[in-house]
Ligand binder design. Structure first.
Ligand code: CU
Length: 283
């Protein structure tokens, strides 16, 4: 669980056009320190305009920032969010308090799916405005990712789209992968209506028999996304820009989680290998 949380949330970035990194102040408590990877797990309050209160691992820009720090330390810190990474640039100890529960207090972690868990059957609506619950895809190996169509950051949602298009093309050429289905879930349901998703699918030359674009009510979507470690909040610079991270999941033919690829570093070849390794559905 801890490993999953760390990996899933390492890549947080403002999905925003402005190249200069943005800085946010956070106040919280250190729950854990991993000096070998320059990571610190922080339980923090709201970061206005960026993310709600949660427990998150952060990378530090300089290992020296962790010197003398201990779990339990109360801190003020500066979070620098660039286009593809985020790190703490400054940490000031302001006090110390007992750590109540270092093993599992994380809001996101407790909600996150573990490998082998059944993926919940959220009421999803596809680009044809038809019900497309995940249970309708039982018997298919599924790759699922999260996007929004207006994402201005080429290495984020548009990269997920390009990767899925590449996976779709390979699936079409590989007889043993004929059951595979792709699902792109929008976390911007206000804008990404079924009609918008349909136009987006056309632009990507998505095969409607293979690749579905789905939405749902906002609460349903955000709750569903959290299970994969995805947070999506409106940015403070523009109502059309959503600050978010990324997560791509492989789900087996029985609807159970096989793997999560956090962030944008995975390749279509890796996803195809995961899909190939998942048991093919029984005929
Ligand atoms: Cu994006």
């Amino acid at each position: 669980m801890r490993r999953l949380l760390l990996s899933a949330l390492v890549l947080i970035a403002a999905c925003a056009r402005t190249p200069p990194a943005k800085e946010y102040q956070l106040h919280g408590q250190i729950l854990d320190i991993k000096p070998d990877t320059n990571e610190v797990l922080v339980k923090h309050g709201d970061i206005p305009g960026f993310m709600p209160a949660m427990t998150m691992p952060y990378t530090v820009g300089d290992a020296k920032l962790l010197a003398g720090k201990q779990p339990g330390d109360l801190i003020d810190a500066t979070l620098v969010v660039g286009e593809t990474e985020a790190h703490l640039s400054q940490i000031t100890k302001t006090g110390h308090a007992p750590v109540v529960d270092a093993s599992g207090p994380a809001i996101t972690a407790s909600e996150m799916l573990k490998v082998g868990d059944p993926v919940p059957d959220t009421k999803l609506i596809d680009e044809d405005n038809a019900a497309r619950p995940l249970s309708s895809l039982k018997g298919h190996r599924v790759a699922l990712t999260f996007i929004y169509t207006r994402c201005p950051q080429p290495d984020f949602c548009p990269l997920m789209d390009r990767n899925f298009a590449a996976v779709q093309n390979e699936v079409g050429k590989t007889p043993g992968l004929g059951d595979v289905r792709l699902v792109s879930v929008t976390f911007d349901p206000d804008y990404d209506t079924p009609a918008v998703l349909k136009a987006h699918a056309r632009t990507l030359q998505a095969d409607p028999a293979v690749w579905h674009f789905v939405t749902a009510g906002k609460d349903d979507i955000l709750g569903f996304a959290a299970k994969f470690g995805v947070t999506a909040v409106p940015s403070d610079e523009s109502p059309t820009v959503i600050t978010h991270n990324l997560s791509t999941a492989v789900i087996d033919a029985d609807g159970r989680l096989v793997k999560i690829h956090p962030g944008n570093g995975w390749t279509p070849a890796e996803l195809l290998a995961d899909l190939t390794a998942a048991p093919a559905p029984a005929h």
